[in-house]
Design a binder for this molecule. Sequence first.
Ligand SMILES: NC(=O)c1ccc[n+]([C@@H]2O[C@H](COP(=O)([O-])OP(=O)(O)OC[C@H]3O[C@@H](n4cnc5c(N)ncnc54)[C@H](O)[C@@H]3O)[C@@H](O)[C@H]2O)c1
Length: 284
Amino acid sequence: MSSAATSPATAAAAAAPPDLPIAPVLKDRVALVFGAGSSGPGWGNGKATAVTFARAGARVVCIDIDGAAAEETRGLITAEGHRAEAAVCDVTHSAQIKALVDDVAARLGRIDVLHNNVGITVMGGILEESEESFKRVLDINLTSAFLTAKHTLPHMLARGKGAIVNVSSVAAIRYSYPYPSYQASKAGLNQLTMSIALQYAKQGIRANAIMPGMMDTPLIYKQIVGQYDSAEAMRAARAAKTPMGRQGSAWDIANAALFLASDAAAYITGVSLPVDGGLTCLAI
Ligand SMILES: NC(=O)c1ccc[n+]([C@@H]2O[C@H](COP(=O)([O-])OP(=O)(O)OC[C@H]3O[C@@H](n4cnc5c(N)ncnc54)[C@H](O)[C@@H]3O)[C@@H](O)[C@H]2O)c1
């Protein structure tokens, strides 16, 4: 019998923050995290990344379409004594993004990091998925990153420095589930990232993508679990697919994001970095 009703909290709780010291590599920097909430209890990639950026000294703007989710992440950060604020914004809405970004730049005086985490999956192949759904997935997963970059880059360019991190997926380069809109949107995101990186490379801007593999986050218990008989079956199958024999956690994504957002990655741009336990290295 499926225990999907109880498994998400269990799995998410198990993904406790790793006991690693975090150097203050983002001290006093301002980081925008779009999709900083979590779609269920526990740790999603965006929530863990917002918390990790704050632990590294950043002032984090936790942005989400779900105000309560953004507020929860903000509360976790400030409860640890770090700095954060919450904001509601829909990443498909250009005017909302511009207003938010300009306001942050005016109040805090800088934007150092743009982290685009928002992404959704819609299952169904070409014959099953509607045109509306296909366009919506592209809007949320790909055009969103174009819009946030469009409104944030002017502030970064004015200071001659900025790091953009886009959360893509191994689905950008490998087949995983029947969701062509997701695969196309993430493939586009990799190339959008490369395009930004190369165009602005001489102006102090770096842009990189992360391609998560099989991560055990709340999202999969809502959007992926339907492909399996139960949550247990999903976990087992995703772990078995991965060379390391286990799924990753949101903290694996957060740590990669912190590296790419920091000056430790000063000579890295245009990269789409797999964080996948070896998944994309597999032979067919
Ligand atoms: N979990 C995995 O196995 C996996 C694998 C590959 C890639 N990813 C990628 O990771 C990212 C999501 O990770 P997560 O764990 O943080 O997911 P999540 O669903 O827990 O969090 C995403 C947040 O984005 C918000 N959001 C949704 N639509 C929005 C919109 N229009 N405007 C603003 N905010 C919006 C949601 O409210 C949610 O809080 C996605 O880009 C996803 O494609 C995940």
